[in-house]
Write a protein that binds this ligand. Structure first.
Ligand SMILES: Cc1cc2nc3c(=O)[nH]c(=O)nc-3n(C[C@H](O)[C@H](O)[C@H](O)COP(=O)(O)OP(=O)(O)OC[C@H]3O[C@@H](n4cnc5c(N)ncnc54)[C@H](O)[C@@H]3O)c2cc1C
Ligand code: SF4
Length: 325
């Protein structure tokens, strides 16, 4: 590991002052420390932001604000989230382990890097790790890779569970840029597709700080589900995940949200399937049809064709489970 300086910021202004392009922030450290140990991240300095940012979950009439330093465990135990935003809790509980959730921060979860095995193997080409070196997964072992939204630059998937729920609930990321000015980015625009800049995972401005996540008040707290399919039942990243949330009047679906993990470079919303569901009477047939609409345009790679029926099943099950709650 390369030697680096370590400074602890007292507040956000100090954190921004200390942050230059050769230094990284460290929050829970559950991802960045692994990247340091594997020589993937090689900063000259680390800026500890654990006491610089909010650890509060603040509900209001219109939304809830989740501080950047709220630990993942707190997302699963907070009474306001459990009552009004339980999809978040459900998704977080499907991820990592209790020990990791105790350390992991909300903002850090959004910014964790992909789990593509070639990204972690510094002996192999990887455009995300080393610009222009190539993509080993494209024609290599792409069992865990994307089935939608990828290109020949990168076929990696976004690894977070929390982000799938935040995507379904139309959250907004709030932060401060390098000049200490406030900005906000709708969640759907926060993470990006590979495009010609596969080394960038998101549209966070350079050296910016996430301060909190805002989730608008919604009617999805009664009917929701998170289905995560993985190689082990715990402590594993999703092969496929599906978050669903329904707003219903009797048997009629007034509004629907559907998002998936393990399918693309970013949390993926199935907008066409959502539109199809609106106004329909809930039934196994329409959930099946919605899952078919969602999967119509996905294009598996050589080794991940299994993901297509798996995704169909996960979406169908998530909708069925949500409608029954
Ligand atoms: C074995 C293992 C299994 C896991 N399984 C899952 C899983 O199943 N599902 C899942 O969703 N996650 C899983 N995780 C990932 C884990 O949830 C993330 O590592 C964690 O959420 C990252 O948060 P952190 O606070 O530790 O981030 P850190 O490692 O401290 O930081 C991550 C990145 O975010 C940046 N950063 C942090 N906070 C800010 C901020 N406020 N503003 C700007 N930049 C910031 C840091 O500079 C760094 O680049 C797993 C991790 C491990 C190690
Ligand atoms: S899929 Fe992306 S992360 Fe994986 S090897 Fe290709 S460029 Fe690297």
């Amino acid at each position: 590991m390369k030697p680096f300086t370590f400074e602890k910021a007292k507040n956000s202004a100090e954190a921004l002052k200390l942050k230059i392009s050769t230094r990284d922030f460290v929050a829970g450290g559950t991802n960045i420390i692994d990247l340091l140990k594997k020589n993937i991240a090689q900063p000259d300095g680390m800026v500890d932001i654990t006491t610089a940012l909010s650890t509060e979950i603040k509900p209001s009439e219109k939304s809830v604000n989740i501080g950047a330093m709220v630990r993942n465990t707190a997302l699963t135990t907070n009474s306001d989230l459990l009552k009004d935003y339980p999809l978040i809790t459900k998704a977080v509980l499907a991820g990592a382990s209790p020990q990791i959730r105790n350390m992991a921060s909300t903002a850090g979860n959004l910014l964790q890097r992909t789990r593509c095995p070639y990204f972690y193997d510094v002996t192999t080409p990887c455009n995300k790790r080393k610009k222009g070196s190539g993509c080993s997964a494209l024609n290599g072992d792409n069992k865990m890779s994307a089935i939608v939204g990828y290109n020949d630059q990168c076929v990696a998937v976004h690894p977070s569970d929390l982000c799938i729920s935040l995507s379904a609930l139309d959250a907004t990321v709030h932060g401060l840029n390098a000049k200490n000015e406030k900005f906000m980015i709708p969640f759907k625009d926060f993470h990006k597709l590979p495009e010609n800049t596969p080394w960038l995972d998101n549209n966070l401005p350079q050296n910016a700080l996430i301060t909190h996540i805002e989730v608008p008040k919604n009617e999805f707290h009664k009917k929701y589900a998170y289905v995560k399919l993985r190689e082990r039942t715990s402590y594993a990243f999703a092969m496929i995940s599906a978050a669903s949330a329904l707003q219903m009047e009797g048997n009629i679906i007034k509004d629907a949200r559907l998002a998936s993990g393990g399918v693309a470079h970013k949390p993926w919303r199935w907008y066409e399937a959502e539109d199809y569901l609106k106004g329909k009477k809930a039934s196994e047939e329409i959930f099946k049809k919605a899952s078919e609409i969602a999967t119509e345009k996905v294009k598996p790679l050589a080794h991940n064709g299994y993901k297509v029926p798996m995704l169909k099943g996960a979406i169908e099950l998530a909708l069925q489970n949500a409608s029954k709650l």
